[in-house]
Ligand binder design. Structure first.
Ligand SMILES: C[S@@+](CC[C@H](N)C(=O)[O-])C[C@H]1O[C@@H](n2cnc3c(N)ncnc32)[C@H](O)[C@@H]1O
Length: 350
């Protein structure tokens, strides 16, 4: 199961309480779900992709390293999983087409997205022949697979530890919660390994994310897979959980009625283990701040002298430094984690 959303999760609408995983799947990807209605992620929350072209420059720098490690294959894949409106691939294509025709000629761009494809003249341009759209990861990828803020949108169950043992948290579309049955043995085992709970605490069962990530890594024949997300690690899991809703740029309660995006931070350390089991030969778990700086995306301001000699260039460099500063801010996007896994190639980042 590469797409992380099981068919059974696409249950029909009901007002009865049900486990969070089903509720979230319906609220995001069901018939009237947030993403199924074609909501553009960038209109509801700011991701690194929507922060401007500096993020794509970092990904392109990473792609060049992967290309080199692979011996410049033809085709060279760049796969964006959870591609939203395809902005990242579009930005990479724009730079390579004009500045790197040799690379551009070998590049095979794939957008993997379950939401409806964007429509309209700008979207047509964005998708001009160069980008292949699919609802699941293509098999036999040779190159770079990127998943920016994908895993946090994979539906998951929530469990509360009671005196009688762990219980599934149930929820109605209006957001009213109650406790249900014990979680499935595989979920209980996941919690015991990755999110041990004390009485009264809640855990978010990341097994669905592990499976989704393992599917993505397993589709890479040779190359690198990168998951970028807000994350937590064993020993630092937030006791109350991280489930929240996003709508029109604001965080709010997670109400699974299709009106908002519902996300929960990702146990990327658990995903790393799943990726290793799926074939990753090397792994790095680091912050976006570190990764982007290593790739040359820094918030360094241009010399003020440039303002006098070339004001246009100075302003451009200043705007780019601002963008890079936002992407590497440790209190914001820079605090995201990067899970970088190589499949048959060395790590492209230190
Ligand atoms: C938070 S948005 C991120 C969009 C984009 N990557 C960005 O950074 O702006 C998550 C996207 O993942 C998509 N998605 C969720 N589950 C998916 C799946 N199983 N396969 C493909 N896309 C999926 C959603 O439809 C949504 O567009």
């Amino acid at each position: 199961m590469v797409d992380g959303v099981r068919t059974a999760d696409r249950a029909s609408s009901t007002a009865a309480p049900r486990p969070w995983r089903l509720a979230m799947a319906e609220a995001l990807y069901g018939a009237n779900g947030f993403y199924a209605r074609g909501q553009a992620p960038g209109e509801h929350f700011r991701t690194s992709v929507s922060a401007g072209p500096a993020f794509a420059e970092g990904i392109l720098a990473l792609l060049r390293r992967v290309d080199l490690a692979l011996g410049r294959p033809d085709p060279l894949d760049l796969v964006d999983v959870g591609a939203g409106r395809g902005e990242l691939l579009h930005a990479v294509a724009t730079v390579t087409t004009t500045a790197e025709p040799e690379l551009s000629g070998r590049l095979r761009l794939s957008a993997v997205e379950v939401a409806p494809r964007p429509r309209g003249p700008a979207a047509d341009l964005r998708q001009a022949a160069t980008v292949r759209w699919a609802t699941s990861v293509p098999p036999q990828v040779t190159g770079l697979l990127v998943a920016n803020e994908w895993l946090d949108d994979i539906p998951l169950d929530i469990v509360e530890q009671t005196a009688a043992g762990p219980r599934l948290v149930m929820v109605t579309p209006a957001g009213a919660e109650s406790l249900g049955a014990a979680p499935a043995p595989a979920d209980a085992a996941w919690l015991a390994r990755w999110w041990p709970l004390r009485p009264g605490e809640r855990g978010e069962v990341g097994r669905s994310r592990d499976e989704a990530w393992a599917g993505a890594v397993g589709s890479v024949r040779r190359g690198v897979a990168v998951a970028i997300d807000y994350a937590h690690r064993l020993g630092g899991r937030p006791a109350g959980g991280t489930l929240s809703g996003y709508r029109a740029g604001r965080a709010g309660p997670a109400v699974p009625n299709g009106s908002c995006n519902i996300t929960a931070h990702v146990a990327l350390d658990a995903c790393a283990a799943a990726g290793r089991a799926a074939g990753a030969t090397v792994t790095l778990l680091t912050t976006q701040r570190h990764a982007l700086r290593e790739l040359g995306v820094t918030g360094r301001r241009p010399p003020t002298e440039l303002a006098r000699t070339d004001p246009g260039c100075y302003l451009k460099a200043l705007a780019r430094a601002g963008e890079a500063g936002e992407l590497t801010d440790p209190g914001g996007l820079g605090g995201f984690d990067w899970l970088v896994q190589g499949i048959g190639v060395p790590l492209p980042l230190r």
